[in-house]
Design a binder for this molecule. Structure first.
Ligand code: HEC
Ligand code: HEC
Ligand code: HEC
Ligand code: HEC
Ligand code: HEC
Length: 151
């Protein structure tokens, strides 16, 4: 019931992540977004990484640190990282969003997600309101037809 009410009022409780993942550390090492968000250039959904993606590097990198030992143990037990979503729309708004055309049009991630190099786990830095979307679509001469963004 609470979940339904939260959805109705478009309230999202702050995400509680299974691990304090540091975006800042990784972006400081110039690791590109699509290493972990594999779908972002090609489709609607960017995707969140499974522990297997982490272990491509952490099989050998920083293996003496507690958080790396924690994910290694999870992988060994066959448990995945249950990331909670940070951004998203209320189901009743029937919004359709697609990453790929934005990346093709060279819209930077930071326009819509803030500077990830200053974040550990992702936080909501940009309000994805209808006005936010429509203003840029007007500016860039992208479609503002209702059915571009709604179904
Ligand atoms: C492309 C390689 C790569 C991938 C993939 C990767 N990491 Fe890392 N990670 C690094 C590097 C490089 C560092 C910095 C290590 C250092 O400080 O020497 C790092 C550091 C970290 C640290 C900080 C360690 C500490 O306590 O100092 C954590 C936590 C971490 N990674 C978790 C993850 C998780 C969780 C994933 C999967 C979602 C992941 N990493 C995927 C390369 C990677
Ligand atoms: C034009 C705005 C915009 C741009 C540019 C953008 N995003 Fe997003 N992103 C969104 C919106 C809106 C959502 C929520 C979509 C939903 O839940 O339906 C989202 C969700 C996500 C998610 C979680 C859901 C998913 O799709 O897996 C990830 C991860 C993500 N974005 C990463 C990125 C990365 C990485 C880039 C740059 C390479 C990027 N985004 C560029 C607007 C944007
Ligand atoms: C080494 C892996 C890694 C890299 C590189 C990485 N991310 Fe992430 N990202 C994650 C993980 C793990 C999560 C889930 C935890 C969280 O929400 O922070 C995540 C979550 C997100 C989310 C929240 C999505 C949602 O709605 O739940 C956004 C937005 C995002 N990343 C954007 C980016 C952008 C933009 C870049 C590049 C500038 C980037 N990430 C680079 C691993 C990575
Ligand atoms: C900073 C600018 C910017 C923002 C913010 C933005 N868009 Fe876009 N959007 C674009 C551009 C540029 C295109 C590509 C238009 C093209 O390919 O002709 C696009 C394309 C799209 C498409 C594909 C349209 C098609 O014809 O295939 C959808 C769907 C879309 N945007 C939805 C959204 C939604 C929903 C939001 C808000 C969450 C949003 N956009 C925010 C600039 C933006
Ligand atoms: C460029 C994308 C985009 C276009 C075009 C667009 N919308 Fe939206 N609309 C959104 C987004 C994103 C939301 C969700 C806002 C939120 O969650 O705060 C939304 C929310 C709504 C809502 C829910 C109430 C609200 O204001 O939050 C209605 C109703 C709506 N749109 C109607 C329309 C109509 C009618 C049109 C055409 C005249 C239209 N939209 C065109 C992106 C768009």
């Amino acid at each position: 019931m609470t979940a339904v009410l939260d959805d109705y009022l478009n309230r999202r409780p702050a995400a509680i992540q299974p691990l304090e993942f540091p975006h800042n550390t990784h972006l400081g090492k110039e690791i590109s977004c699509d290493t972990c968000h594999e779908g972002v250039n090609t489709g609607p959904v960017a995707g969140l990484p499974s522990v297997k993606t982490c272990m491509i590097c952490h099989e050998s990198i920083a293996t003496d640190r507690p958080r790396i030992q924690q994910i290694t143990a999870m992988r060994d037990k066959g448990i995945d990282l249950a990331w909670q979503r940070v951004y998203g729309f209320s189901a009743q708004d029937h919004v359709r969003f697609d990453h790929a055309p934005h990346i093709r049009a060279k819209v930077d991630c930071a326009n819509c997600h803030g500077n990830m190099a200053e974040q550990t786990v992702a936080e909501v830095k940009v309000d994805h309101s209808m006005g936010f979307c429509v203003n840029c679509h007007n500016e860039k001469k992208a479609s503002v037809d209702c059915l571009t963004c709604h179904f």
